[in-house]
Write a protein that binds this ligand. Structure first.
Ligand code: MRU
Length: 346
């Protein structure tokens, strides 16, 4: 199942809000459809929204009728701004869009058609590199996974959240492929249930044993000695190694520390935002109350109740045992080890 694909100048996006009940693709012929899909989590997960936004920029530029290079560049910046504003936390979104804009600006081509082709090839490159990077994350990460490990994960950092294979689930997949007989506990991940709906769905298809738990069961699971390690993805990692990921991740990291369990974060280098000194600077998306007051459209709280709904939290670097990237595994102090990765070739 492809999270997205490009076909005859159209971006086809798997509508993840319909999973696991229905497998439906949305045809995106304009950037507004892509922006709506990102905002409403039809496509979600940091690397996946980066790749989708890249294709969205192509669509926005292609339909603009720009007559020359200047018009095309102006349009590209305008569409990139609109796409960037859809979700604030995952840095892959602006990273991908900036990469496309930089490619345009570096080109001396004057012909709008030629510039559009450049954008398409860059969007394909982002997609392809993400898939390849995730396989490397899997290879590096699986070395940290003991035979028979029982692994807890949160949200969905799988094929659905990326161009394919996944980051945290990539590590689990690679361990499974290496014959390590791993099994997984998937947090349901309130409020939008990415763990229950998406992670279990992916793992069942791969025939990797998975047990679903609600988020508030993780502490007892660890206390009972039923889990050996935690691995999660990331939406943005600050230069000091603080990690923003799906709300609930921080709690798991605190619990892992209390129970003496390794807490691993798996993410490509494109998720590291070297411009931010610490996690305090990471913008945290707050979403609408209806996601908390309703479950699948059914009200589960009194009408009008006040709600706080941050979509992500920040795990301090001191709670992270290691960060598994597409360029290798790094350990504290992250300020130095993450910066060192910039010198490592792909
Ligand atoms: O709100 P979502 O579903 O986009 O949140 C996704 C996550 O928090 C993932 O863990 C993260 O983006 C990493 S995906 C490889």
């Amino acid at each position: 199942m492809e999270t997205m694909y490009w076909e005859n100048g159209t971006l086809m996006l798997l509508d993840q809000t319909k999973l696991p009940g229905k497998v439906e693709y949305i045809q995106c012929r304009d950037y507004e459809t892509v922006a709506e899909a990102i905002r409403n989590l039809r496509v979600r997960g940091a690397p996946a929204i980066g790749a989708a936004a890249a294709y969205g920029l192509v669509l926005g530029v292609r339909s603009s009728g720009a007559a020359n290079r200047e018009q095309l560049l102006a349009r590209a910046r305008e569409v990139a701004d609109a796409l960037t504003s859809t979700r604030p936390t995952a840095v892959n979104l602006s990273w991908a869009l900036n990469r496309l804009l930089a490619r345009l600006e570096a080109s001396t081509a004057a012909d709008p058609q030629e510039l559009t082709e450049l954008l398409i090839s860059e969007a394909h490159a982002i997609y392809r590199e993400d898939l390849e990077g995730n396989k490397r994350i899997g290879r590096f990460g699986q070395e940290l996974v003991p035979h028979g490990a029982r692994i807890l994960t949160h949200c969905n950092a799988g094929a659905l959240a990326t161009a394919g294979y996944g980051t945290a689930l990539g590590v689990i997949r690679a361990a499974h492929e290496a014959g390590k007989q791993v099994s997984v506990y998937a947090d349901e991940t309130r409020p939008l249930l990415q763990g229950a709906r998406l992670t279990t769905w992916e793992l069942i298809q791969e025939q990797i044993p998975v047990t679903l738990i609600t988020d508030n069961m993780a502490a007892y699971l660890m206390a009972r000695g039923m889990v050996d390690l935690v691995v999660v993805g990331a939406d943005r990692i600050a230069a000091n190694g603080d990690v923003a990921n799906k709300i609930g991740t921080y709690g798991l990291a605190v619990l892992a520390k209390e129970h003496g369990l390794p807490f691993y974060v798996a993410a490509p280098l494109s998720t590291v935002d070297f411009s931010l000194a610490s996690g305090n600077d990471i913008p945290i998306e707050e979403r609408e109350p209806g996601e908390v007051t309703h479950l699948a459209g059914i009200p589960v709280a009194p009408p009008g109740v006040r709600v706080w709904n941050p979509a992500f939290d920040v795990t301090p670097a001191r709670l992270v045992t290691a960060i598994i990237t597409d360029r290798g595994v790094v350990r504290p102090p992250y300020g130095e080890s993450l910066a060192g990765l910039l010198r490592v070739g792909k």
